[in-house]
Ligand binder design. Structure first.
Ligand SMILES: Cc1ncc(COP(=O)(O)O)c(C=O)c1O
Length: 366
């Protein structure tokens, strides 16, 4: 393929918007929304319009401090979605070879499709706990590779990539003359360790992230890109394709949220650890689901032994009022993704129904 594809679209996002909701929604991957009323903000504190041609200065200062980088290395975006779109648009030209993990977050593939990149895949295997396979990645790198893309934590499995492995990815890519884009939106769910960004692992790293997944602040749309200053200048030009005037109330809310991130983080952390116990008890009690216990992140990605996962997921939603993400959206149709980051009662109820649906499915399959 060579050139822009105007008809590219994300089947996954369309499904998530139109068909993922249910009474017990385990299809989500971000922490339950933080109540606006619990942020110390009054309507009189907000303004419609503000100044700051490329980023609202108080917000840029806080994002740079959070990531421990100079401000000239930061682009502010509306969520990690826009961060990925802007970063990929700036980094990849039509026909460029891009190496991206499988399974992955579908919109990354969609944007590459839209740009007209030549997409090459490297595998993360369930048998390896979806860890990065460095030798598999190295075999696929060529002098034509312009960019390597991965998510840390991995979506859908939540597998983490440690510092040493990340550094090696950077070195390998560097030898081929490529950069590495790491989507770190789930790294924030490690909370106090989230500062340990791949951006600090080598000069060829570009990082995207947001306050969406770990803090329940999706609606504020506070995202960012970390990159070297030359790239940052180009990325701000790409931001200019999308707006001239920012959503200033969102920028102001992001400043308030960042100033109070401790309390937002504590609530998210407590919720996640309570729910992780529930999901691990559930997995231990249901060996028909092949999945290691959860240690990180907000989701698990079990495999249903015996197959027919798509049918199971359909029955689960239609008869048990519970939704999970079908593995086909991650090119792994035998699996499904379970998010345990909602209200504890919702997670508990959803897991109970998941168990009942497994029992029924097992009886039907006999
Ligand atoms: C890997 C990954 N990146 C980015 C996003 C989008 O993040 P945001 O809500 O900040 O746009 C998601 C949301 O599911 C995701 O899973």
């Amino acid at each position: 393929m060579n050139g822009l594809r105007a008809d590219a679209f994300s089947h996954y996002i369309a499904w998530a918007k139109l068909h993922s909701t249910a009474r017990f929604n385990l299809a989500i991957s971000g922490i339950l929304d933080y109540p606006l009323a619990e942020l110390p903000v009054r309507i009189e504190d907000l303004e419609i319009g503000g100044t700051g041609p490329y980023g609202y200065p108080p917000l840029m200062e806080r994002l740079a401090a959070k990531a421990r980088v100079p401000e000239e290395c930061v682009v502010y975006t509306l969520g990690a979605s826009m961060a990925n779109f802007v970063a990929l648009t700036a980094l990849v030209h039509p026909g460029d070879e891009v190496l991206i993990e499988r399974p992955t977050y579908d919109p990354l593939l969609t944007v590459l499709d839209h740009i007209g990149a030549k997409v090459v895949r490297f595998e993360r295997r369930a048998e390896d706990g979806f860890q990065l396979d460095l030798s598999g990645l190295e075999r696929r790198l060529t002098p034509q590779t312009r960019l390597v893309i991965l998510c840390n934590l991995h979506n859908p499995s939540s597998a983490p990539t440690d510092e040493r492995t990340m550094r090696e990815v950077g070195v390998m890519a560097g030898k081929a003359g490529a950069r590495v884009l790491v989507d770190e939106v789930y790294l924030e769910t490690l909370f106090e360790q989230s500062w340990n960004s791949a951006f600090h692992r080598g000069a060829n790293f570009v990082v995207t992230s947001s306050l969406t997944k770990a803090y329940g602040l999706s609606g504020i749309r506070c995202g960012w890109i970390l990159a070297e200053p030359d790239l940052v200048r180009r990325m701000w030009q790409v931001v200019d394709f999308t707006y001239g005037v920012p959503v200033h109330p969102a920028e102001m809310l992001a400043v308030i949220a960042l100033d109070n991130l401790g309390r937002v983080r504590d609530r998210a952390h407590a919720l996640l650890e309570t729910n992780r116990i529930l999901v691990n008890e559930f997995l231990a009690a249901h060996p028909a689901l092949e999945c290691a216990p959860s240690r990180f992140g907000t989701t698990v990605f079990p495999r249903l032994s015996g197959g027919r996962t798509a049918e199971f997921v359909r029955i689960l939603r239609e008869q048990f009022e519970t939704s999970v993400v079908p593995g086909e959206f991650f090119e792994d149709p035998q699996h499904f993704r379970v998010g345990f980051c909602g209200a504890t009662e919702t997670v508990r109820g959803g897991l109970e129904r998941l168990g009942a649906a497994l029992e029924m499915f097992h009886q039907l399959s006999r």
